[in-house]
Write a protein that binds this ligand. Structure first.
Ligand code: HEM
Length: 336
């Protein structure tokens, strides 16, 4: 896709329109215009194009990825605040990442010791990244007893993402409730809404379990996102100022945000790390340089932490170059 986009840039210039079905997308290709638009004038372009399927998937203008307006703004600010707090003080964020790194290394070593000839690093990365996201949203990781749960959630996310490029999905996005009256569309609607319903039941159930496990009257600091959200809901209710139709912190918003964190965070991070491994196999001299820097700065008797970041120039450069080169999202998410 990126190669074709480069060709169009040469032919049509730095600002041109690409049609996605019947949707005209104005695309920007030069750094000054991109900065002018999304950084300097970010507020003007903060909206998202409306996808009708979101009425089913996210129960309307909910979540943080495709939502817009005051609800999005307030919830985005809240999510950033919660994650920042999890990263400060007790540094829960780093703690949970390091638990996963340790488990990742142990799992790979065990597989080698058990004589396994082929090891899928990507599968191990995949579950580790999913585990970190789940630990930060719901407060538990996908240990050995929870691997099936990971596969279950992963399958929801994969189904959801794979449908974006399905022509029937795209056609029906104009108005799923209208198109479902026609053959083929009708069976697609049944299939897709049943999949979404399974996903909703799963997440709503987890949220309910969490709600039951928390003492909302206590003033404890939350240790995961859903707990922070439920405490926020409780606080707003106690303050008494929440009207039903003006509530920006309702359960649908929480469900859609949890879904968004999963979909936006899992494959992006997991695939970037998998590309990093693939490049290190292709470029063994880079792997050697990395090893050398890690030996010199960290040694082999402790794990790396975020405090080491400023001393690891080569590691930082390799990560930055991987992100540039793997070009994970050849287009940005659409803005309005
Ligand atoms: C290598 C990893 C990642 C890449 C390449 C990536 C890329 C992106 C891109 C391109 C956008 C769209 C920005 C825009 O619309 O202007 C985005 C938005 C977003 N990402 Fe990521 N992301 C990554 C990891 C994550 C992780 C780990 C999470 C959370 C667990 C996350 C959560 C989000 C959310 C919530 C948004 C929507 C923000 C908003 O519209 O307010 N992402 N990401």
């Amino acid at each position: 896709m990126d190669v074709q986009i480069q060709k169009w840039k040469k032919e049509y210039g730095d600002i041109h329109t690409i049609w996605f079905g019947d949707q005209a997308i104005v695309t920007l290709h030069d750094i000054p215009t991109i900065l002018e638009t999304f950084v300097k004038d970010g507020e003007t372009y903060a909206g998202r194009p409306r996808q009708k399927w979101d009425d089913i998937i996210r129960e309307g203008n909910n979540g943080v990825v495709v939502s817009e307006g005051p609800k999005w703004r307030e919830n985005r600010r809240f999510a950033l605040h919660v994650f920042r707090n999890l990263g400060l003080g007790r540094n829960i964020m780093q703690e949970r990442v390091l638990v996963e790194v340790t488990s990742f290394i142990t799992d790979i070593k065990d597989e080698i010791l058990n004589g396994k000839q082929k090891i899928s690093i990507q599968d191990t990365i995949d579950i580790s990244v999913g585990s970190i996201i789940n630990n930060l949203t719901f407060g538990y990781r996908y240990g050995k007893d929870k691997k099936d749960e990971f596969q279950h959630v992963k399958q929801f996310a994969t189904t959801l993402v794979s449908q974006f490029s399905n022509p029937i999905y795209r056609l029906m996005d104009r108005d799923p409730e209208y198109y479902k009256k026609f053959p083929i569309c009708n069976s697609y609607y049944k299939y897709f809404s049943a999949e979404v319903q399974k996903m909703k039941d799963f997440f709503y159930n987890l949220i309910d379990e969490h709600r039951k496990a928390i003492n909302l009257e206590s003033n404890e600091d939350p240790t995961d996102f859903v707990e922070a959200y439920l405490r926020q809901q409780h606080k707003l209710k106690m303050e008494g100022g929440v009207k039903e139709n003006e509530n920006n912190f309702d359960d649908a918003q929480l469900y859609a945000t949890v879904l968004d964190l999963w979909v936006a965070g899992q494959e992006t991070t997991s695939n970037t790390l998998a590309w990093l491994c693939a490049y290190l196999i292709q470029y063994p001299e880079v792997q050697q340089n990395l090893h050398k820097e890690l030996d010199e700065v960290i040694g082999n008797d402790r794990i790396i932490t975020l405090d080491d970041k400023s001393d690891l120039n080569y590691v930082n450069a390799v990560i930055a170059e991987t992100q540039r080169y793997c070009n994970l999202g050849p287009t940005n998410l659409f803005h309005r």
